[in-house]
Design a protein around this ligand. Structure first.
Ligand code: DON
Length: 562
């Protein structure tokens, strides 16, 4: 009775407040929060926080769980970046991007002189040496509190006992079936003897459970050596792949100093190369800082024009200059992210006319939309922004027989071939050519903002090159347009990437007037169904409450707090 009364009183107080925020109210929590693209994985991370784990513990457990429940992008056979901001001390960036095997060569994507797209993206040669297990372990060793095996255990249970397939998982598995059909181990794992799984079916992955058990017991040695490594190398040998035992043993995650910038008095902490994301994000924010976006308004022609022009310029520089920093020691990262450079770039923007991207230089390859991001904040306000990927949805589509995990096709992120630039979408610039041991250029942009020296916002998204612009817009929506975390995630998005010279805009995201205004300025427009899947946490500066925005552009995502 007393409970019912309390519930009634709470409902009377809370409901009108919630209603005032409409559908855009963020999920709130006092202690900790995990936002990811799959609910079971978010819940596992939140439980780790509730049991005294750090943000890194929770991120690691969530990432392993996603490798089971969100196999399109969650992975142990891929790579990514984990940005960590401790509540005191310096932030760190864990780079566990895949590397090219020792036998890789810059011209390996040519077949008798002709570029071979299939080989570059869908063969065993397209597989980079995976980094995820090494990266998660390195971050945990430095910043974890709970035992490693406890972080892998929930994923083992999910893989061994299975879980109920959602509508979204059934849809995406059906879509990838043609790519997997060449690989019996993939078909065995992800279908019922060739028949697509239906929503409500149970997906069990016993081989994956075994591999995860080895990782739980031995750490990275359970993946890069021993049985898991033997199974990976056997699969390579059977299909003209080139990853060897030596490549696997040589893999090391790198700890990098995050890139820093400022935007309207806030500190931006983001991913340095081999991601292009942080450089481009800071460059765009620097340009946009010179315009009163708040006065110009969200989604107006004036604001969208300034955003698109800053994107055009940042993406041109991305293609020209960026690659693995260990192979390109002279990249002008400092200059590209400087305020004077932004002033120069701003001066080249005509506020009354779209610029023209010069198609004589280069254009872009196609890309998929499957990566995944998770944001975590713990009770002590340590924060993690983690983005990782297999590159395409389900990566190469190759499940390692007997080991139960999917291999990435990240080698496709290297440029096609030296000097090979074509209007069909190839770039042949040097910084991102294939070379042994090299990391391919990425767009993944895990990002953390500070306000008055305190943690303020954690953000990131999948979406290939659109990642950078999606992350930019979550920042602008919060900082310039005063949106809360959920509204900032919900708001319509645009994308310009220099070439093709067009603005992609989300259907229903903007008014017809704004779009027609852009056309009148000379922009070419292209409608897209949706862009990115951002997962955002904001620490409310007044109340210290954690407020999460979960991206409902796709089903299954969840923010779970405690
Ligand atoms: O690292 C990169 O930028 C790409 N391999 C990411 C691919 C991706 O985001 C696909 N999408 N969601």
């Amino acid at each position: 009775m007393q409970r019912t009364l309390i519930a009634l009183v709470v409902a009377l107080i809370v409901l009108p407040f919630a209603a005032a925020h409409g559908a855009n109210a963020p999920i709130m929590a006092n202690n900790g929060m995990v936002v990811s693209q799959e609910e079971k994985a978010s819940r596992i991370g939140a439980d780790i926080l509730a049991n005294g784990g750090t943000a890194v513990d929770a991120a690691v457990a969530t990432a392993f769980a996603l490798a089971v429940t969100h196999p399109t992008a969650g992975n142990i056979g891929g790579g990514g970046f984990l940005l960590f901001r401790p509540n005191s001390g310096d932030p760190l960036a864990y780079d566990f991007r895949e590397t090219a095997p020792a036998a890789a060569r810059a011209d390996m994507w040519l077949n008798e002189g002709t570029y071979d797209f299939e080989r570059h993206h869908f063969s065993h040669l397209a597989v980079g040496v995976p980094g995820t297990v090494a990266g998660l372990h390195a971050a945990w060793q430095a910043h974890g509190r709970l035992p490693w095996k406890d972080l892998v255990a929930p994923a083992i249970t999910l893989a061994r006992d299975g879980f109920v397939v959602t509508h979204e998982l059934a849809r995406s598995l059906r879509a990838v079936l043609p790519r997997m059909s060449k690989y019996p181990a993939s078909i065995a794992q992800f279908t019922r003897k060739g028949t697509p799984l239906e929503p409500g079916d149970v997906l069990r992955q016993p081989d994956l459970a075994e591999t995860l058990t080895r990782i739980a017991a031995e750490g990275p040695a359970g993946f890069y050596t021993g049985r898991t490594a033997d199974l990976m190398v056997a699969e390579m040998k059977a299909h003209q792949g080139i990853i060897t035992h030596a490549d696997l043993s040589a893999y090391a995650a790198k700890v990098r100093t995050p890139l820093r910038g400022t935007y309207r008095g806030l500190n931006i902490i983001t991913m340095p190369p081999p991601s292009s994301g942080g450089v481009a994000l800071i460059a765009m924010l620097n340009v946009l800082e010179g315009y009163p976006l708040n006065e110009l308004g969200f989604g107006t022609t004036a604001t969208l024009h300034r955003m698109a022009e800053s994107m055009r310029r940042a993406f041109a520089d991305r293609a020209r200059y960026l690659g693995d920093p260990d192979f390109n020691p002279d990249m002008p990262v400092g200059e590209l992210t400087s305020k004077p450079y932004a002033t120069q770039q701003r001066a080249s923007i005509d506020l009354a006319r779209a610029s023209v991207s010069d198609p004589a230089t280069f254009t872009w390859p196609k890309e998929s939309k499957e990566t995944t991001h998770l944001s975590v904040v713990d009770k002590e306000r340590n924060a993690v922004a983690l983005t990782y990927t297999l590159e395409y949805g389900y990566g190469s589509g190759i499940v390692v027989p007997g080991a139960g995990f999917l291999l990435n096709n990240e080698m496709g992120d290297f440029n096609a071939s030296p000097g090979l630039t074509s209007s069909e979408g190839l770039i042949g610039t040097d910084p991102n050519l294939t070379a042994p041991g090299k990391r391919m250029l990425s767009s993944m942009t895990p990002t953390i903002l500070e306000r008055d020296g305190q943690l303020f916002m954690v953000t990131g998204s999948p979406g290939g090159r659109t990642i950078i612009n999606t992350v930019l817009q979550t920042v602008l929506n919060v900082v310039d347009h005063g949106m809360n975390a959920q509204t900032a995630v919900d708001a319509g998005r645009i994308h310009h990437q220099w070439l093709p010279d067009a603005i992609a805009y989300e259907r229903h995201g903007f008014s017809l007037d704004s779009l027609n205004g852009l056309r009148a300025l000379g922009h070419t427009l292209r409608e897209i169904p949706y862009q990115g899947v951002a997962e955002v946490i904001i620490v409310n500066p007044e109340t210290s409450v954690l407020e999460a925005g979960v991206d409902r552009r796709v089903p299954d995502g969840a923010a779970v707090g405690n």
